[in-house]
Design a protein around this ligand. Structure first.
Ligand SMILES: *[C@@H]1O[C@H](CO)[C@@H](O)[C@H](O)[C@H]1NC(C)=O
Ligand SMILES: *[C@@H]1O[C@H](CO)[C@@H](O)[C@H](O)[C@H]1NC(C)=O
Ligand SMILES: *[C@@H]1O[C@H](CO)[C@@H](O)[C@H](O)[C@H]1NC(C)=O
Ligand SMILES: *[C@@H]1O[C@H](CO)[C@@H](O)[C@H](O)[C@H]1NC(C)=O
Ligand SMILES: *[C@@H]1O[C@H](CO)[C@@H](O)[C@H](O)[C@H]1NC(C)=O
Ligand SMILES: *[C@@H]1O[C@H](CO)[C@@H](O)[C@H](O)[C@H]1NC(C)=O
Length: 400
């Protein structure tokens, strides 16, 4: 929900609907007041799992457009509480890195070990292969934690990409989650500065620097020019994790490029150059957008599906990096994405939650439910791209 609403919020801001955008934030803040995190959905049975933390991005976007200091001040306590949630004992893990430093990063971990209420028949069926209750409870937690990640489901979280019972989401330190928390830290530092809470601001600038270093040390792979998810479970015990190169997941996912969205990374020209080349040759850039992964598993967060938020974060990061070449690559991806959204809309009369990046004008499939239409984040990303680049000069309304 947070991911979807973050981008719906961008669409509202592009449409100058500031009060409606603030209303969304007010609703999410009230969830944090009550539960300590933004729920996976605003329903009673979602109270034990979160959404990817993107509320701070919404508050930041609204503040920078409206200059409403009072709104920033009212939102800040909820952001501090959400930050605590993502750094609580169950969510944070210390990794002893190759230089002998302790690095702290966060993971998805749902406080839930039963079938997901919204998919209980499917979950019970999936778990039926397992031999005993403790293995089933473990799987139920992994299923709920994967829903928490927003990437439900994907080979990214599976030991065996064709067997959902091998999900190990809670034993993976995800690149994108930590990029979101880093952004949260930077946003809090910025907003606290605006409201005159200098101690908080300085504290969060330091937290951001520490997480940036942790991401560089645990996730960054210089040879590949990407940030890679780190798997805790390969031969390490629960207590202290000692970093090993072989625990980086070298499979290519769009999430490996999400740190580009964060200014602390995209302001480094040499880094942007290297990551841009890596993205160019990754195989993810397809005819009409960025693929989620290179594996066609039948899961919806895999090839050939492309999702609006991943297009948005990578395109915006490239576009704002200050490199001319990166901006032109970003615009090229944005134009292809707008075209396929437009053609699909003309054909079907609706916007879609995901698209097939191999086939212009086709929406995506796979996964465990019927594809959804009229999706807020797809609308928001098209509007954000049009705002960033203007109406494409040569926008073709067909695919030829
Ligand atoms: C890292 O943490 C361990 C405890 O997990 C501690 O024994 C060690 O001294 C720490 N190392 C550094 C460099 O802080
Ligand atoms: C859900 O969270 C509540 C509050 O933290 C906790 O008491 C309850 O045991 C959790 N439910 C499950 C199934 O883990
Ligand atoms: C439960 O089954 C798993 C394999 O599915 C096995 O590794 C584990 O030892 C079993 N636990 C008990 C308590 O039998
Ligand atoms: C992966 O899972 C599939 C489906 O359960 C199974 O047929 C296959 O043998 C598994 N592969 C490995 C390497 O365990
Ligand atoms: C805090 O505000 C001052 C004055 O506007 C500015 O120079 C500084 O960069 C700001 N710091 C942060 C973390 O936003
Ligand atoms: C972790 O172990 C699994 C199973 O042994 C292996 O397939 C996978 O490649 C390993 N992951 C990493 C990141 O090394």
């Amino acid at each position: 929900m947070g991911g979807a609403l973050n981008l719906s919020c961008r669409g509202l801001l592009a449409s100058k609907m500031y009060e409606t955008a603030k209303g969304i934030v007010t609703n999410l803040v009230s969830l944090i007041d009550e539960f300590g995190h933004v729920l996976n959905g605003a329903r009673a049975y979602y109270t034990n799992r979160s959404e990817p933390p993107l509320l701070s991005a919404m508050v930041y976007d609204i503040y920078t457009r409206t200059g409403d200091v009072d709104f920033a001040r009212k939102s800040l306590p909820a952001l501090l509480k959400e930050h605590k949630f993502w750094n609580s004992e169950i969510h944070s893990v210390i990794i002893h890195d190759a230089e002998g430093c302790n690095r702290t990063l966060s993971r998805y971990y749902a406080m839930w070990n039963k079938p997901r209420p919204e998919s209980s028949t499917i979950d019970i069926e999936t778990a039926s292969k397992l031999m005993n209750d403790s293995a089933k409870q473990h799987l139920y937690r992994e299923l709920a934690s994967t829903a928490e990640s927003g990437w439900d489901f994907s080979t990214r979280w599976m030991r065996n990409g064709s067997d959902l019972t091998t999900l190990v989401t809670s034993s993976i330190m995800p690149v994108d989650l930590n990029a979101f928390i880093l952004k949260m830290e930077l946003d809090i530092a910025f907003l606290a500065n605006v409201t005159g809470d200098c101690t908080i601001s300085v504290h969060f600038q330091e937290a951001a620097q520490a997480r940036k270093q942790a991401m560089n040390s645990v996730f960054w792979n210089a040879e590949m020019g990407q940030w890679l998810d780190y798997w805790l479970s390969n031969g390490t015990t629960c207590k202290g994790h000692t970093w090993e190169a072989s625990n980086q997941n070298r499979n290519i996912f769009a999430s490996n490029f999400v740190p580009l969205w964060i200014e602390l990374f995209n302001s480094d020209c040499t880094l942007v150059e290297q990551v841009m080349q890596s993205l160019q040759s990754s195989g993810l850039i397809r005819a009409v957008g960025i693929a989620t992964s290179l594996t066609n598993s039948g899961q919806q967060w895999d090839f050939p599906n492309g999702w609006a938020p991943l297009q948005h974060m990578i395109v915006e990061g490239l576009a704002r990096s200050g490199s001319k070449e990166a901006r032109s690559m970003a615009e090229d991806i944005a134009v292809r994405w707008i075209r396929t959204n437009y053609v699909a809309y003309k054909k079907s009369g609706a916007m879609h939650e995901k698209y097939d990046v191999e086939k212009c004008g086709e929406f995506g499939g796979g996964g465990e439910y019927i594809p959804q239409t009229g999706f807020g984040w797809s609308n928001g990303v098209v509007l954000a791209f049009l705002e960033e680049f203007g109406w494409p000069q040569d926008l073709k309304i067909d695919c030829n």
